[in-house]
Design a binder for this molecule. Sequence first.
Ligand SMILES: [Zn+2]
Ligand SMILES: [Zn+2]
Length: 554
Amino acid sequence: MPNPVRVVFLGGLGEIGRNCACVEVDERILLIDCGIMFPDPDMPGVDLVLPDFTYLRENAERIEGVVLTHGHEDHGGGLAFLLAEVAPVPIYGSALSLGLARNRIEEAGMLSRTELIPVTDGERRQIGPFDCQFIPVTHSVPHGFATAIYTPQGTILHSGDFKLDQNPVDGRMTDLALIGEIGRRGVRLLLSDSTNAEEAGHTPSESTVGIVLRELFWEHSQKRIIAACFASHIHRVQQIAEVAIEGGRSIAFLGRSMQQNVRLARSMGLLELPDDRLVDIEEIDRFEPSQICVICTGSQGEPMSALALMAAHENHRVKLGAEDTVIISAHPIPGNEANVSRVIGGLHRAGADVVHSGLAPVHVSGHANQEELKFLLNLVTPEFFVPVHGEYRHLVHHARLATRTGMAEGKVMICEDGDMLVIGDEGIDVERRFAPAGYLYVDGVVGDVGRGVLRDRRQLANEGIVVVIVTIDGQTGEIVTGPEIVTKGWVHATEAEELLEEAKEAVRQSLREAIDQEALDFETLRRHARSGLQKFITSRTRRRPAVIPVVMEV
Ligand SMILES: [Zn+2]
Ligand SMILES: [Zn+2]
């Protein structure tokens, strides 16, 4: 009887981002993706969020390799951090996925701790005890894979991020025939992308965006056109470039990641651009507006991006005016709406015309909608199904879709980060909260920010801080200097002198009470200074800033 096979979810089940799962066969671990999540507005100062690496650190010597399903940051952005935590480990993926992940790994100085091993469409490869096959899928970055792992407990099929694009820009289709064949041979467990599980119908083909762009370029043919999209969305870049060239324009690229990715994709033959139509961004002013198109980063309103700087009049390369049309060929990721909206406002203020996904269908999703999700379920007819890649609500809706295709409720399981599946001869058991799976916050250096720090930052952001400084004679209890009060975010000092004087008096009063009781020790004095001031602040202003007493004895 074969040993049980295990799947441990470390991220991506309960949030969009930081996708990471372990498949375990014969005590070895194959990691599927290791991504990051972008922070919410309630995580002040946090640069990004990682999966909790505790389980991987504790089992580092068991890790056989990592499969990178595609080149997006929510799948590969955490690899550099992982490599810093565990023993050197190889990463498998398409040449493009590895190329996109490579920069971050190299910048972190971690390239020597891994081997990047390219795999090809349909390839079947043994990775330690893992018999894997890489199946082409369509998505918003080229050359993504679904992964089949043929284990002693049956086939596990992981969809990766996918849609069923019947008319992909590069002609590389999701290999439905291969998926069907694997399905017919029997799939024990399907793990599938839930991002769009609440969206009815089919996701339109990426090539529909090209048609919309062609019309827009024609309509704005006298304007200079600046088009922003994700730097990894090579097919979008290709389509923008094609309609620009058709209209007699030359093209300049702006934004570091855009320039990097264009270079990479061209070197791999994945982006076709004639050399004589490319111009350096420094040279665009030599062209008539109708003869140039700038393709840039910043479609998510990222504060330091090319587009945000344009909107703020701080981009040295592109100065916007009434001769410009900006096309934002992307949809804001949840959490980025406010930033995008601010950028659109700035672009208008600069006099430019702006076309975004709310006004014209200049963007389509890279993820499968309900009909495609059901199609995959029906094609594969798995014995068990666990929805992955989504917030909890998406997982619930995806599970519902599965039962609607006829799966028995007991065979559809909603799991969360930290849960483990144990696949045995009798069936699949779920062990809840098996591995630590909290958020690992990165601010500058990994692991620097704990939950306590975030709570403090939120309090400071919401309520401000008040510091009271006082020097006391340790023998007599006499106040020698102070109290001085310094505040940020409670009241504005120059406008509240009277209130601050009263606050000082409240501190003096409180200290005197302690001194009268001859409680002259440092801790008691600190406590009195703090509580006296806190009471005063609450009673007079109904606010709750952080109060920090600094009591010095001489
Ligand atoms: Zn993706
Ligand atoms: Zn993703």
